[in-house]
Design a protein around this ligand. Sequence first.
Ligand SMILES: [Zn+2]
Length: 286
Amino acid sequence: MIAFTRILFSLLLMLLVLVGGVHANNDHALKVVTTTTQATDLTRILAGEGADEWVQITPLMGAGVDPHLYQPTEANIAAMSQADLVIYSGLHLEGQFDTVFEALGERNVRVYALSDPVKAAGFVIGGFTLSEELTNVDDPHFWFDPRNWQLAAEGLVEVLSEVDPAHADVYAANADAYIADLDTLYTWALEAMSQVPEQQRTLVTSHDAFQYFGAAFGWNVRGLQGISTEDEAGVADIQNIARFVMDNGIPVMFVESSVPPDAIEAVREAVNAGGGQVGLGVRQLY
Ligand SMILES: [Zn+2]
């Protein structure tokens, strides 16, 4: 009986130590906040399975959220100000975060843009906004070229290893595997795209998010809105795209998962009104 009590007691103690241990671990975990789903995915992949014990990743935006328009909430700002590292996409993709990022920098929170190595390598392309027809605004949608995303992975593995040197080997191994996967993806996509006849490689979509995709895989890309969804398409923009669709005999346009379909619907109506015909892709573009 005494033996049993002793075993029970030691089990209870072990449980308390375990609970306490988990608690202490979480308090000491590396706190990382990520903005977009892409930033979250990349961070999770580099941290790898089982990293929950030493990295606490807090994603701010869910799937289908428009990062151009997303306003950080008070809870988001609190999470970022308590973080060891904030990872964002950059090139003003998170258009409503600029002042918050500045304030975090002043509070010595490390804030890192995944686009940094892409910009440094000279692979950022220019885009236009509807409000100002500038051609030298940085287009933030760099991840649509898998080779750019490889650079982003290389950059992030360096930052994670600086902030958390104890797990540098883990980050490096996961990054190597992922970069190899992206090689496979790029080769596969190149082969898949080559099956579309060259004269048919035109993509018409809601906003100008696919220029990097177009450059990587040889597509002519036309977005109704500019590189940011902040500007709404006007009547003239809708007429211009409708004219383009009719002139080029484009059979199908694509709606994006994070942009309301209204504007593309308006293009379709304009095409119909002009005596043309155009359909919408059965799948949304992410
Ligand atoms: Zn966009």
